[in-house]
Design a protein around this ligand. Structure first.
Ligand code: UDP
Length: 305
């Protein structure tokens, strides 16, 4: 089995590559290193530096392509909206064409962001979403929606008949970039440094946090199960950002709160309905927030000195 992972040097990609290698797969990573994990490369994998939008030559045929390449942290995609739009639109088309010529299975890493600021909670895969094309987050949301639409178009026209779409919800764990600006890394790093936790808005907005090994397990199962409909992958335990701050503070130290304005069109709720993943993939997360956060804090501690 020969597998290409675009974005394989990123946070989720790093863990996915480890899992594929442990299954005996030959893994090639294509990554432009724009938002790499600080974890070292896997010596058994082949790393090719380059962009999905203008990829370098990749020799040989792939059986499976996992297309993960994209920035995913809000501050990062807001800083490069055009690059973000290109990675999931042009980049996805180019990688689909590669899957077509290789007759490979193609997995597209989509996102809970395609539901936008959802008007239903939890979100199941039939929910069409509430996305504002004028909002700053649209560079990510709309690009991923377009990427999904491309996958379905390549499937319908029989050009890439064997495709998968994973809608990935908030994921955390060791290997995150401590400076990625997301809530998990921000709160843990702030508590470790004795700084107040920066809460955007009043902290009543919700998220559901999935531990990275659970997520990777879902991605691999999705490829194996042959499910062609989009599948939510996330942990259904939903908490407010205030509750999350309390949990981090209780595990590290209480450093107070610094309330800041809520970023524009920040979703107020987010929680996956994972019925489809449970039924079609026999998948559900097994690591609870308590354990997963302990492991993440242990990892992030090395950066706080
Ligand atoms: N957030 C926060 N403080 C931070 C970083 C994020 O309150 O220092 C909030 C953010 O406004 C959002 C939630 O935490 O409501 C999750 O943000 P994150 O950037 O991790 O990911 P998102 O789910 O928005 O993609």
């Amino acid at each position: 089995m020969r597998t290409l992972v675009t974005g394989g040097a990123g946070f989720i990609g790093h863990h996915l590559v480890a899992r594929l290698l442990s299954r005996g797969e030959e893994v090639v990573v294509l990554d432009n290193r724009s938002s790499s994990s600080p974890m070292p490369d896997h010596p058994e994998a082949t790393y090719v530096e380059g962009d999905v939008v203008s990829p370098p030559a990749l020799d040989g045929r792939f059986d499976v392509i996992y297309h993960l390449a994209s920035v995913a942290s809000p501050p990062r995609y807001l800083a490069d909206p055009i690059g973000t739009l290109r990675a999931s639109s042009e980049g996805t088309r180019i990688m689909l064409e590669r899957a077509e010529s290789d007759e490979a299975v193609f997995l597209f890493a989509s996102t809970s962001e395609i539901y936008g600021d959802p008007l239903v909670n939890p979100q199941d895969e039939t929910y069409a979403g509430n996305v504002d094309v004028e909002s700053p987050r649209a560079c990510y949301d709309e690009a991923k929606r377009y990427g999904e639409a491309l996958v379905y178009a390549f499937e319908r026209t029989n050009r890439v008949p064997d495709s998968r779409v994973a809608r990935i919800f908030n994921t955390y764990g060791p290997g995150m970039d401590p400076e990625d600006g997301r809530v998990v890394t921000n709160f843990v790093m702030q508590a470790l440094r004795g700084e107040p936790l920066t809460i955007y808005g009043d902290g009543s907005q919700t998220r559901s946090f999935c531990y990275v090994s659970d997520l990777v397990d879902g991605l691999v199962r999705l490829v194996e199960a042959g499910e062609r409909r989009p599948v939510n992958l996330g942990n259904p335990r939903e908490i407010t950002i205030n509750e999350f701050a309390d949990i981090v503070a209780s595990k590290i130290q209480h450093t107070g709160r610094d309330y800041r304005p809520l970023p524009q069109s920040d979703p107020l709720v987010r929680r996956p309905d994972i019925t489809r993943a449970a039924e079609a993939l026999n998948w559900r997360p097994t690591t609870d927030l308590d354990n997963g956060l302990d492991r993440t804090i242990e990892y992030l501690r090395t950066f706080s000195a």
